[in-house]
Design a protein. Structure first.
Length: 230
């Protein structure tokens, strides 16, 4: 046997950085396999002057896990009223589809899964946990866990389900203010509410104040379920 070598099934050149050792007894030994080597190959050799070609050989290359899978949550906290829908997505990225992932420690709900490859060296899986109508008993922590040969990764979202909505007012200044005639005054109130109030007004002597040259009313969201009014 002479001229024992390797070629691609489609006749294209071998990868530039491919190094192999032909051995008529052991076959072809490819050194330092790379993801770019993935594909279809054939072995060639001449025996008694006649060229022999092997059947197609398909080479699949799996990446090596060098780190923990990465988890990203669509939210880390949610406040809902009883009967509202809760949905959170856990996005897991790793080098290939062998990563194991699941929502753990949840009492109810439906989990749906979608996945896709991210080029030659990446993989993404999305696990969406949905509770169509939350109850107070659904309050708590929901944990998404992913595992590969390197280890486990966890990420947690907290759900707080309320039996009914609420509004809590906080005065940020003295409730009694002395102002000289003609001076400008600023009154500010902070409050927490869920759901967001449908209407926010200032009242004076049982009458609703409207914006005018004498006074200006504004409302602003300052955080999750937190607002200011002045």
């Amino acid at each position: 046997v002479v001229n024992f070598t390797l070629r691609k099934c489609d006749g294209k050149p071998l990868p530039k950085n491919m190094t192999f050792i032909p051995n008529p007894q052991k076959g072809i030994i490819i050194k330092n396999v790379q993801r770019s080597f993935k594909g279809c190959y054939q072995c060639l050799a001449k025996h008694n002057g006649v060229e022999k070609i092997s059947e197609n050989i398909f080479l699949n290359v799996r990446p090596v896990h060098k780190a923990l899978p990465v988890i990203t949550l669509s939210k880390s906290y949610e406040l809902l009223k009883e009967g509202e829908e809760f949905e959170v997505t856990c996005i897991i990225t790793d080098v290939d589809s062998s990563v194991q992932a699941s929502w753990i420690s949840y009492k109810s709900g439906i989990v749906t899964s979608k996945s896709r490859n991210l080029g030659d060296y990446g993989y993404e899986r999305k696990l969406t946990l949905s509770i169509r109508s939350v109850g107070v008993n659904d309050s708590g922590e929901f944990t998404c866990q992913a595992e590969n040969p390197f280890g486990k990764t966890n990420a947690t979202v907290t759900l707080k389900a309320l039996a009914k909505g609420f509004v809590r007012l906080f005065a940020t200044m003295n409730t009694t203010i002395d102002i000289n005639a003609g001076q400008n005054g600023n009154l500010t109130v902070e409050y927490e509410a869920y759901p967001k109030p449908k209407e926010e007004v200032w009242m004076y002597m049982n009458e609703t104040l409207q914006n005018s040259s004498d006074h200006y009313v504004k409302f602003k969201a300052v955080g999750n379920n937190s607002y200011t009014s002045e």
